[in-house]
Design a protein around this ligand. Structure first.
Ligand SMILES: Nc1ncnc2c1ncn2[C@@H]1O[C@H](COP(=O)(O)OP(=O)(O)O)[C@@H](O)[C@H]1O
Ligand SMILES: C[C@@](O)(CCOP(=O)(O)OP(=O)(O)O)CC(=O)O
Length: 464
């Protein structure tokens, strides 16, 4: 039996959908997904209670933010309802975090089934600390270095944070809701990392082993189910796949797999969830790790573009056009799929000289998709910026508006050296000054690896 005294640390990467936005929602097509070097880290520890006292409590905290502590009680629900978690009040009000709460109830329900726990206090009380790498949130003047003072009652004393860790995790003088996200997929990486930490912490390695293929499959299925439930919608799930497997060619699961799952706590939830996770229900997800790589000397980099524009409802509108114009849409989808595959092949085969042509071919059709559906997928301002970067900055091979597109991000394929970074930084700074808005190059890079165990020492100063 695994000793819960051992502190467990895991991390899962953020994502970018370089090619295949909208197409990947349909199983007939796939997406070129990259994992990112920005990770969400979760550290699980046992809470020690006085002898004879049973306390069913799990504390989750994000010490980088103010008021970011969530406490939950948990119990085994009747009629096979699984582990029901109930948020407890901290201070004067309840501050909900649906992604944390849903991940907890799904993961603990699976733990109770797979670990054959018949009483809820077989699951010992625990503390989970979330630490997000800095690029998940813009720091435009709001992030303080971790060595500055903080008034948050949930954070450890600033002085105890060592210098190395201090530069890795910024401390934000805001609540989580007040932070400006950069769109790297924080909720998917969080749900994946939290689930992996709970399963590793509470289950014997013979039942769950994160490093095995079976372990990753269990984690993927559980995290997809929890993430969809917390989001209240079934997306393609490429973000959870990136968090588990890292960079890959991704074909989604049939959305019907997740229908008919009861709410946590309601009759039948536990056995339905177990069947969904352990392979009884066949998932048709396809993850091709070998379909993706980056040519030597090339890096995938991300820009945060802050123009204050709204892109709400884009998916709905694109899909409505596709449903109305089935013939032309199919032609466009099929040809774009060919071009996306050609781009993946160029990268895979290390054909650096062909990147520009392959990216241009993809962008041409993405713009057509936008014009036809009247959705700003690659808006003119982004076209102008991408074209200028490609033409004027040496070392930029090409770039796209990733994912659903819109005004707020760019993904670039660039020469992987410091000189190119400096040139891009200077260029976007100048661009921001002359064109208005704010464009910045993030520190994050494309990375191949998915979820992994981490050494606890890396988080010294942040955990109690
Ligand atoms: N560092 C964190 N600590 C706790 N919860 C987090 C953290 N980062 C993200 N979350 C959860 O994920 C939600 C953001 O999800 P969402 O709006 O889907 O953004 P994203 O596109 O980054 O996934 C937050 O409201 C919160 O519930
Ligand atoms: C349209 C999509 O195919 C891609 C959206 O990719 P983004 O990276 O833009 O996603 P969010 O960060 O969740 O907003 C929808 C999907 O695949 O679910």
């Amino acid at each position: 039996m695994r000793s819960e005294d051992v502190t467990t640390a895991v991390s899962a990467p953020g994502k970018v959908l370089l090619a295949g936005g909208y197409l990947v929602l349909d199983r007939a097509y796939n997406g070129l997904v990259f994992g990112l070097s920005a990770r969400i880290n979760v550290i699980a520890q046992q809470i020690h209670t006085s002898e004879g006292i049973h306390l069913n409590e799990i504390v989750v905290e994000s010490p980088q933010f103010l008021e970011a502590q969530w406490r939950y009680g948990y119990h085994l629900a009747d009629e096979d309802g699984g582990i029901k978690v109930t948020q407890l009040q901290v201070g004067s009000r309840i501050n909900p975090n649906p992604f944390v709460e849903t991940a907890l109830s799904f993961a603990l329900t699976y733990v109770a089934r797979a670990g054959h726990y018949r009483r809820s206090h077989s699951i010992r009380p625990g503390r989970l600390t979330i630490l997000a790498d800095n690029d998940y949130y813009s720091q435009g003047g709001t992030a303080k270095s971790a060595s500055s003072n903080s008034s948050s009652s949930t954070t450890p004393p600033a002085a105890s944070i060592n210098a190395q860790t201090a530069s890795r995790f910024a401390r934000f003088p805001t609540t989580l809701g007040g932070a400006h996200k950069t769109g790297l997929g924080s909720s998917a990486a969080l749900v994946t990392s939290l689930t992996a930490a709970l399963l590793t912490h509470y289950l014997d390695p013979s039942v769950f082993d994160l490093s095995s293929e079976k372990g990753k499959e269990v984690l993927h299925n559980l995290a997809q189910a929890a993430h969809c439930a917390a989001q209240g919608k079934v997306g393609s799930g490429f973000d959870v796949a990136a968090a588990v497997y890292g960079s890959c060619l991704y074909r989604r699961f049939s959305p019907g797999i997740l229908s008919n799952l009861p709410e946590p706590g309601s009759p039948g939830f536990a056995s339905k969830l177990e069947q969904l996770v352990n392979g009884t229900v066949k998932w048709d997800t396809e993850v091709l790790k070998e379909g993706v790589s980056m040519p030597a000397g090339i890096a995938l980099r991300m820009c945060d573009v802050d123009c204050g524009s709204q892109t709400v409802g884009m998916v709905k509108q694109v899909l409505a056009w596709r449903a109305k114009e089935t013939g032309p849409a199919k032609e466009l989808w099929d040809e774009l799929q060919n071009r996306n595959e050609a781009l993946a092949k160029v990268l895979k085969e290390g054909r650096t000289g062909d990147i520009k042509t392959a990216v241009t071919a993809v962008r041409d059709l993405v713009r057509k998709m936008g014009t036809e559906s009247k959705v700003p997928i690659e808006p003119e301002s982004q076209t102008e910026l991408l074209d200028a970067l490609e033409k004027e900055v040496e070392g930029v091979y090409g770039g796209v508006v990733p994912g659903a597109g819109g005004f707020d991000a760019l993904a670039l394929l660039v020469k992987d050296d410091a000189e190119t970074v400096t040139k891009i930084e200077e260029f976007v700074e100048n661009w921001s000054k002359t064109k208005g808005g704010r464009v910045s190059l993030l520190g994050v890079k494309g990375e191949m690896e998915g979820v992994r165990m981490e050494k606890v020492e890396g988080y010294a100063g942040w955990i109690r």
